[in-house]
Design a binder for this molecule. Structure first.
Ligand SMILES: Cc1ncc(COP(=O)(O)O)c(C=O)c1O
Length: 353
């Protein structure tokens, strides 16, 4: 028996999600927060975690957390579902909406998991290139109208380009779409722009949020908000204990100390301008303005060697050399002031030895 024959074609054709396994002291490749749990709060969290009865299953469906987060986001509890990271919620959407021949429309470039998860669930993925300003052009709207996808995924701000797409264009897309339009607000803490107030107006609008960019990536907690009818169906696809008990405690802890975590995001936003300025002053480098916790930049030289030399110098960034349309493009996450300085020094040192 050949195992490959048993596996679906679209899965065999893929490469596994490539998380670079490089350990570097300065890790600026994954859009994480440089700040974890504030030191003065660590013992409170440890006590709560120690009290978790590990012999028991977690609360199924994270219902108490749903109530609290619904109040926090200002949505009805029936319109919110919590996932093992927003990745899981993307997977629930794709699993629930995949029908024979159904498709997903995404911009290119964007967060790669939309494509990977959609393909895994058997959907056809239609990628529409962004315009030169990294915004959604007429072609995107036209694809939504003509291909009638089951799902459209929009990262707002977009990973990796860092910009928020034009708001009116997104509304046009929501109004034109026959399927769901998912506005992924993973980077909301760094821009403060949201579509939540429009949830009541558009039944096909879905919003994603996550704790991953706020210093709690290890806990894997994400949120989906949308029509209660949709949430009811997604709850049938969700595994009963999808958010483990320790992560549920972390998510409750976050809400109790939300202001302290927001401080970390504010520090990242404050540091973003400095990294942008340093890149802009580097010859042959073009950074793009960012509303997220990272900066996307293109170089007019081959970046692959530079990427490797940065790693040797202890600095890991994201390189897109393997993506033909993004050759010589890179993305750097905003870290702590010390990490940013190390990145800038290493980057400029490599370019002007
Ligand atoms: C746009 C976007 N959405 C979602 C995620 C992942 O979120 P989570 O960690 O909650 O699965 C990322 C991570 O980089 C992202 O860039």
């Amino acid at each position: 028996m050949r195992i490959e024959r048993l596996i679906r074609e679209e899965i065999i054709g893929q490469r596994a999600y490539d998380v670079e396994d490089v350990s570097c002291p300065v890790k600026l490749d994954a859009n994480e927060s440089p700040y974890g749990v504030p030191a003065e709060l660590a013992s409170d969290l440890m006590e709560r975690l120690a009290a978790v009865p590990l012999n028991r299953y977690p609360e199924a469906g994270s219902m108490r957390l749903r109530e609290r987060y619904a109040a926090f986001f200002g949505v009805p509890p029936e319109g919110l579902i919590i996932g093992n990271g927003s990745d899981e919620l993307i997977a629930l959407l794709c699993a629930a909406l995949a029908t024979p021949g159904s498709s997903v429309v995404v911009p290119a470039p964007t967060f790669v998991m939309y494509r990977i998860i959609a393909q895994n669930s058997g959907q056809r993925v239609i990628e529409v290139p962004l315009g030169p300003d990294h915004d959604l052009g007429e072609a995107f709207l036209a694809a939504v109208v003509s291909k009638r996808p089951a799902l459209v995924f929009l990262s707002y701000p977009n990973n990796p380009t860092g910009n928020c797409f034009d708001r009116d264009r997104i509304i046009e897309i929501i109004e034109a779409a026959e399927g769901l339009v998912v506005v992924d607000e993973a980077y909301f803490p760094f821009c403060g722009k949201t579509f939540i107030p429009l949830l009541g107006r558009y039944e096909n609008l879905v919003i994603l949020r996550t704790l991953s960019k706020l210093g709690l990536a290890a806990a894997r907690v994400g949120f989906l908000m949308g029509s209660p009818l949709l949430v009811r169906e997604l709850d049938k696809v969700r595994l009963p204990y999808n958010v483990n008990a320790l992560s549920q405690v972390v998510a409750a802890f976050y809400l109790d100390h939300e202001a302290a975590f927001r401080e970390g995001a504010r520090a990242v936003v404050a540091a973003r301008g400095e990294v942008f300025g340093a890149l802009a002053q580097t010859k042959g480098v073009r950074p793009f303005p960012s509303e997220a916790n990272f900066i996307f930049f293109t170089c007019d030289f081959d970046t692959h060697g530079l990427y490797r030399r940065l790693i040797e110098g202890g600095v890991l960034v994201r390189s897109f050399h393997a993506v033909p349309s993004l050759r010589n493009a890179m993305r750097v996450t905003i870290g702590s002031p010390q990490e940013n300085r190390r990145f800038i020094d290493a980057f400029q040192g490599e370019l002007n030895p």
